[in-house]
Design a protein around this ligand. Sequence first.
Ligand code: PGA
Length: 264
Amino acid sequence: MNKKIIIFNWKMAPNSLREAQTLAELTRKYAEKMKSQKDVIVAAPFVYLENLSNMRRLNLQKIELAAQNLFWANPPTGGAYTGEISAKMLKNVGVKYVIIGHSERRKYLSETDEMINKKIKTALKAGLKVVLCVGEPKRESGIKGTSKAKNYVKKQLKNDLKDVNKSSVVGRKSLIGNILIAYEPVWSISTGTSGKTCKPEDALEMIEFIKSLVAGRWSLVGPVLYGGSVDSKNITDFLKHEEIDGVLVGAASLKPKEVEKILK
Ligand code: PGA
């Protein structure tokens, strides 16, 4: 079985550096106790990344850091983009991954596929690994619903990965492992297990579809993860499938007990 990947997306939390450090430390502790080998990645808000990166150098090696966004311009000496964070800034503070195209940014900040495409290229050029989020906003039942959802995701991938090819990656000949895809059906995000959640079999079907698409059309084979209300109760239902390479966990990543159980 492939080594599974667990990404904890803290979103816009916690409120203080102290809490962020405590949570990171806890996550490291439980990551070290894991029985099976897994890659654990923490996607923290920008303001904590440098500090967590320094902590990481000292004793957090068990976890990697991700940013939750970046800006596409990468001028050599800054640029006129007030409020934005560049790929180089992230790279220079020791961040390895960046989430791009999360549905919350697509929805609340009107991020388009065109913007996402630019961000992906900028991140790859700077030597960052990309976690690209895709997923349909709603799902109708039955075969028709599934095929509509597949078409939606296919279109997102086509636009988001436009002209992304081997030459997009600096110093490496392959895209393999440089782009991870997280299938996150939007209707299943932040609903909790009591709400509307994606069935593992449906996630599996979409992930197999995504893998066949990216392998055939963009000669891009990377891990494909599932995200959307994953917690300690349902994580095994997803990860038991060989083809599901990992999970992207949101709300549960802020609850220490959940983090412990998830990594167990
Ligand atoms: P959730 O978030 O686990 O709270 O649904 C997943 C995500 O970060 O998209």
